[in-house]
Design a protein around this ligand. Structure first.
Ligand code: TPP
Length: 622
């Protein structure tokens, strides 16, 4: 493929079927090429190349709206809507997003990133269209993994009964990040492999082949249109029950067949669900053979898929999973719960050791949390491992089902920091802020893996809820600062100095140490406090800071509003204490994508930025 070529849906529509067939491997090559340099969602994108081509040939984007659930499978869509050249900057600072973004292109009808939202958004668009008297199609692409999320059923239920015309395309590759789970996934497998269909196909094929003269040619035609006849034999109960007209299952790698089905779906003036069967990672052996690993890849060598950069940083999630596995041996009450991300959250070893005590609920975070509350109410010790950004949807379940009943649920909250290249939808910077509002909840941000392990042991001995939030990997500086003990509401002094006190939490402790070293070079001595316990605060230490009159600042890689600095400020106002001089935190705006250090540089959150800012402030007041 000429990677410099700018594709548009209009141009694509002018291609002959043969030219479209030739485009398929070229699109895959371009996706592999881009992701091998930037990292990104590889396998999901390789699986929907034919589907995306067919969509843009049959529908008229941006007049017709195409909404991608999660949106991690939108790379071919980006290439075909004029952004091929920009693929080199995919997910990079200042480059195009790895997810659909309305501000990026009129073809990105709706911004996504978190699963199971697209059907609801599309229904809103379809209803708006009808109220405004407009006449266009609204199409949703939703994966079988995303279909494990409850919001999908709220939308199906609503759309089906209102009969609003809407085309839902179910991209069924049997995979979420790992193999998909749950009863609906089982039903989809039944639909794909339905005995009725297989028997009927055999009978028809044998019958046709026996026909004199026309038998063989007719059989060849039948092979080509097998997708089309499948519907005659398979009767769906599930989606029909919701009020959707079910079409399929169809081969998602037969581009022309897909076009025929999409044209058919277009003709209905009611909700339609087209069941498309695809192979995750299609066309690239590295991804097809291990679609789970190739779901999200760091930059890699396209020859063999090996990562370009090896990291030796200690992973918090891996260490948490290993410790939990050891603790579960002695404590049979421990169960682990994941929302479709067992490996990503480090629970792989636990799953292997205790398959019956690991519950993968699918992409259903709300259900995971309330189910954990049920476990806890029955005397078990549930541990829920979910990324910070996906905990956002569980606010109510945490508050009412867990905290209100003071149930001992332990939340292991991974990726609690800026998420880098995935951008605004994935930064884990709000969890501490909303969790600390919840009565009974204790919120802890360890600075190192060692401290996290101490916290996990402590939290499992408690009788109420606790959230331990940590980033992906430990800062290498932490090796020089071993952590001997942990007790909640007691902060640790890592360095002593009389000019300023830096109160830092989580990953910002390393930046505070860097700032302290740089300040020393300027003749200033800083104390560095590890405020690992966000709730409760170290009230005694805050009182001492206020009494001794020395200036102090707060440093946190989380939202300014309602974070650690806010918590300290609230306490100081209530108690008539001296508040911090400044809070280094994330301002009240959405943060873009980029390498972690590019983002911290933009926000002035690197140790060096903080040292300069503090030195300037001290110079002004001197
Ligand atoms: C609410 C939420 N939880 C978890 C995730 C992480 N996540 C991203 S993609 C994905 C699997 C999606 O599977 P599917 O919809 O079948 O798409 P596929 O990658 O298989 O094409 C998960 C769990 C997310 N994006 N949103």
């Amino acid at each position: 493929m000429d990677f410099q070529q700018v594709w548009t849906p209009q141009k694509l529509k002018q291609c002959s079927p043969r030219e479209v067939e030739e485009l398929i491997p070229q699109l895959r090559e371009q996706i592999i090429d881009a992701v091998s340099q930037t990292g990104g969602h590889l396998a999901s994108n390789l699986g929907v190349v034919e589907l995306t081509l067919a969509l843009h040939r049959v529908f008229d984007s941006p007049r017709d709206k195409i909404v991608f659930d999660v949106g991690h499978q939108c790379y071919a869509h980006k290439i075909l809507t004029g952004r091929g050249k920009q693929m080199q900057g995919l997910r990079q600072y200042g480059g195009i997003s790895g997810f659909p973004k309305r501000e990026e292109s009129p073809h990105d009808a709706f911004g996504t990133g978190h699963a199971s939202t697209a059907l609801s958004a599309a229904l809103g668009m379809a209803r708006a269209r009808d109220l405004k008297g407009e006449n266009h199609h609204v199409v949703v692409v939703v994966g079988d993994g995303a279909l494990t999320g409850g919001m999908c059923y709220e939308a199906l239920n609503d759309a089906g009964c209102s009969r609003t015309p809407l085309i839902a395309i179910l991209n069924d590759n049997q995979m979420s990040i790992a193999a998909n789970v749950g009863a609906v996934s089982g039903y989809l497998t039944y639909m794909r492999t339905s005995k009725g269909w297989l028997t009927a196909k055999k009978i028809v094929a044998e019958g046709i082949l026996r026909l004199p003269l026309v038998g063989k040619p007719l059989h060849r035609v039948m092979q080509r249109v097998k997708n089309d006849i499948r519907n005659i034999f398979i009767k769906d109960k599930f989606f029909d029950g919701f009020g959707f007209r079910y079409l399929g299952p169809v081969d998602g790698h037969d581009e022309q067949g897909l076009e025929r089905f999409l044209k058919r779906a277009k003709r209905f003036s009611e909700p339609v669900l087209l069941h498309v069967v695809t192979t995750k990672g299609k066309g690239y052996a590295v991804a097809e053979s291990d679609p789970s690993r190739a779901h999200g890849m760091p930059a890699f060598d396209p020859q063999d898929g090996s990562p370009k950069h090896k990291s030796s940083a200690k992973s918090f999630g891996t260490a948490a999973g290993k410790l939990l596995t050891r603790l579960a041996e002695k404590d049979e009450r421990i169960v682990a719960i994941t929302a479709a991300m067992a490996d990503s959250t480090g629970l792989g070893p636990f799953q292997q050791a205790y398959p019956k005590r690991l519950f993968d609920v699918g992409i259903a975070e709300e259900h995971a949390v309330t189910m954990a509350a049920g476990f806890a109410a029955s005397g078990m010790r549930p541990v829920v491992a979910i990324y910070d950004t996906f905990m956002q949807r569980t606010y109510d379940q945490m508050m009412v089902d867990v905290c209100l009943q003071n149930l001992p649920v332990l939340f292991l909250v991974d990726r609690a920091a800026m998420g880098g290249e995935d951008g605004a939808t994935h930064h884990g910077i709000y969890g501490a802020n909303f969790m600390r509002q919840m009565p009974h909840m204790q919120v802890l941000n360890p600075r190192s893996v060692q401290e996290m392990e101490l916290m996990i042991r402590w939290a499992l001995s408690q009788s109420g809820p606790c959230a331990i939030r940590y980033p992906k990997a430990e800062h290498p500086l932490m090796a020089a600062y071993p952590c001997k003990s942990f007790s909640p509401g007691k902060w640790e002094e890592l360095e002593k100095g009389q000019d300023i006190t830096l109160v830092a939490t989580g990953p910002m402790v390393a930046e505070a140490l860097i700032a302290s070293h740089l300040l020393r070079e300027r003749g200033l001595r800083a104390s560095v406090i590890n405020a690992s316990s966000i709730k409760p605060l170290d009230f005694a230490l805050l009182r001492r800071l206020s009494d001794n009159g020395s200036a102090y600042t707060v440093m946190e890689e989380q939202a300014l509003m309602g974070g650690l600095g806010g918590a300290i400020g609230e306490y100081c106002i209530q108690e008539g204490l001296r508040a911090p001089e400044h809070i280094f935190a994330i301002p009240d705006r959405f943060i873009t994508q980029g390498q972690h250090d590019e983002l911290t540089a933009e926000l002035g959150l690197r140790g060096e930025d903080i040292a300069s800012e503090i030195a300037g402030r001290i110079a002004k007041t001197a």
